[in-house]
Write a protein that binds this ligand. Structure first.
Ligand SMILES: [Cu+2]
Length: 250
């Protein structure tokens, strides 16, 4: 069969396959709003990028094969419409990718900054994340807990190494360090933020699924760094409230 006919057919097939086997789309629904936003952008970039890569490489391989026995190179004739065409196509692709990336990066769920005005319907649950060699402490400054007297009141409490948070409610993590550089990293939830001494860095997210997720320190911080694990324990809203009320204030 002539290569002239096989080439385009193979290209179309390769592009179709690349879109079908998108590994991100095959994953289960995202565990947090943050992860969903990042996955959606990743999907879009793959859908735009993979066909272009296959097309360009396909044309390159086809051309090398077709002209492999040519001895003399002939000068390329000018083709203005082709040049205008690829300039516009490139511009359209770059602007599309730029707008999509800006849309994701400007979301407070992806790039939360300290004291950023949070545009959420519910007040977020505020949790302070304190890193130190070689463990995590999670402080809950605003939740209502049961006091020793049996009364319920808003008071702060803390929990070591396990970050308990509710589903379907925004959660604001304010992250700092007591000694030196650490980093909060829960990869399955799409969350990562540096922990610096004397500075608060924020993450805003909302969990979709209950479950336990691994938390790591993602900044080499000394001999115990590889053991600086924690757990993110995502519970239903009722389960979370129950857990909070069961804590004792002080
Ligand atoms: Cu660390």
């Amino acid at each position: 069969m002539e290569l002239r006919r096989v080439g385009p057919a193979a290209l179309v097939g390769a592009v179709g396959l690349a879109v079908l086997v998108d590994p991100v789309a095959a994953q289960s629904a995202a565990d947090t709003t943050t992860e969903a936003l990042i996955n959606d952008l990743n999907d879009l970039l793959l859908v735009v990028g993979v066909p272009i890569a296959v097309l360009v490489e396909g044309i390159l391989i086809y051309t090398v094969w077709k002209y492999r026995k040519n001895d003399e190179a002939k000068p390329t004739p000018e083709n203005r419409s082709l040049e205008i065409g690829w300039t516009i196509a490139t511009a359209v692709i770059l602007v599309t990718v730029g707008i999509a990336a800006y849309g994701t990066m400007s979301s407070a769920f992806v790039s939360a900054e300290s004291n950023q005005a949070l545009d959420t319907e519910q007040d977020p649950v505020e949790i302070k994340v304190v890193a130190q060699k070689y463990f995590w402490t999670f402080e809950y400054p605003n939740e209502t807990v049961r006091e020793v007297t049996g009364n319920e009141s808003a008071t702060s409490f803390s929990n070591p190494n396990t970050l308990v948070m509710p589903t379907d409610r925004p959660v604001e993590l304010n992250i700092t360090s007591k000694d030196w550089l650490h980093a909060f990293h829960a990869p399955e939830m799409g969350l990562k933020q540096d922990a610096f001494p004397g500075q608060w860095n924020s993450l805003l997210t909302q969990a979709n699924n209950e479950g336990e997720f691994q938390l790591y320190c993602a900044e080499y911080c000394g001999a115990g760094h590889s053991n600086m694990f924690g757990t993110v324990d995502v519970r239903s809203q009722d389960g979370f409230e129950e857990w909070v009320t069961g804590q004792t204030g002080g």
